[in-house]
Design a protein. Structure first.
Length: 418
């Protein structure tokens, strides 16, 4: 059996070899050597670290990067993004997602949660790129329960498109938000999630306006509304959660739902608040980190995101000890939220998902590796990215990258975005 062998790299400060077979790590240690027939990956000058898990994005929105920037959230969505999205074809989504995957591979992401149209094209792109992902098309009824029948059809069609995807890709249900999906449809999605044991991902409490409107229309806050629909549970991922109060945090913790914070997108779209990590942590909520889409961030670099997470928390709490580099990095690697399905630290028997980062780069040459990755580095320190034992980037090179960039550019031009 031929496998993958990493030579000359450092793990936790000591020189090791690593071997993987069949997508799993079979050995790591100072005496581990390549076996005959192994594919070799030269790790000289690098450290082996866990890959990042992007807990919330809209991958194909790379097509909208740099389009209609610097506008208020609702104007940006309603006048620019939604009309352009209405023209999207499967090939647009495919190449936009390939572009997103190339950027994620380049900056050290090994798995992501995606909410976007044309899930079949999305899954095909992720499969070709080699990453792991949980995918779901956005479900909306415009807040009108009369739209439930159509929403059920859309959900079934989305799941049908994802059937037969690679084992690296999972399906999910993705109600867009409480202000675009009626309570009746949210309740149906909760039943469907329980029946099919599918995770649910939804935007929640992104703006203060969303909270005010929810209280005005329903008499309860957003997390309480979701709970009333039966949609708050251990399979539920809540993106944003900038405006939670203490009672909502307690409820989310009690139900075991996961919160994914997206600090760069929140700052760029000026939502006016910062997710309260210390309060969520002390309530016992599982926490992940995401970039949101390239239309609103505009980067998918999780090492840029993790710095913003750490700095925003320190600033918000006026306390430099509000979060440590070690905790921020664990959140970015997805290991503080089991729902995200992170591979975690590379260990024998674990999935062969890991990065080689350049210890001879200026950013990581000195001092603590964790602090360097969070505060000093960007994704440019990533030398190689491995998922399921397959080398997706080797020494900074991704196969087919030039074509991916060119094709995505062509699709964006065809949509009138350039
Ligand atoms: Zn989003």
């Amino acid at each position: 059996v031929s496998g993958l062998a990493v030579t000359g790299a450092v793990l936790d400060g000591r020189a090791v070899g690593l071997r993987a077979e069949g997508g799993e790590i079979v050995a790591i240690g100072p005496d581990v050597r390549p076996e005959p027939g192994d594919e070799l990956l030269d790790g000289e000058g690098t450290a082996i670290v866990a890959g990042m898990v992007n807990g919330h994005t809209h991958a194909a929105m790379t097509l909208f990067r740099g389009y209609a920037d610097d506008l208020p959230l609702m104007e940006w969505l309603e006048r620019h993004i939604w009309p352009a999205e209405a023209r999207l074809e499967a090939e647009d989504v495919y190449w936009g997602t390939r572009l997103a995957c190339a950027e994620m591979i380049r900056s050290g992401t090994v798995a992501f949660w995606d909410m976007y149209w044309q899930p079949g094209a999305t899954a095909r792109a992720i499969n070709d790129a080699g990453l792991r992902a949980t995918v779901g098309p956005p479900l909306l009824d415009g807040g009108d329960p009369a739209g439930l029948a159509k929403l059920r059809e859309d959900a079934a069609a989305g799941l049908a498109e994802l059937e037969g995807s690679s084992e690296r890709i999972s399906a999910s249900l993705a109600p867009h938000a409480i202000y675009t999906v009626s309570s009746e449809s949210l309740a149906w999605i909760a039943e469907e999630s329980a029946r099919l044991e599918l995770p649910v991902q939804i935007h929640l409490s992104e703006t203060e306006h969303e909270v005010d409107e929810c209280v005005r229309a329903h008499g309860v806050r957003p997390a309480e509304l979701l709970d009333r629909a039966g949609l708050l549970g251990p399979r539920t991922l809540l993106a944003h959660c900038v405006w939670l109060d203490d009672a909502e945090r307690e409820l989310i913790a009690e139900r075991g739902a996961t919160v994914v914070t997206n600090p760069n997108a929140n700052l760029k779209l000026a939502v006016g608040g910062i997710f309260d990590l210390p309060a969520a942590r002390s309530a016992g909520i599982p926490i992940g980190l995401g970039t949101d889409g390239a239309g609103s961030n505009n980067s998918l670099d999780m090492l840029a995101e993790v710095k913003q997470l750490a700095l925003g928390q320190k600033h918000r709490a006026t306390d430099a000890a509000a979060v440590t580099a070690a905790e921020a990095l664990q959140i970015a690697a997805g290991v503080r939220a089991p729902l995200l399905g992170a591979s975690g630290a590379p260990v024998p028997g674990g999935r062969a998902d890991f990065l080689l980062v350049r210890l001879d780069s200026p950013e990581l040459g000195l001092g603590s590796l964790e602090a360097g990755l969070v505060y000093a580095a960007s994704g440019s320190v990533v030398d190689s990215t491995v998922v399921a034992g397959r080398v997706l980037m080797r020494g900074g090179a991704i196969e087919g990258e030039a074509e991916i960039v060119a094709r995505a550019r062509e699709r964006a031009a065809g949509l009138g975005l350039l």
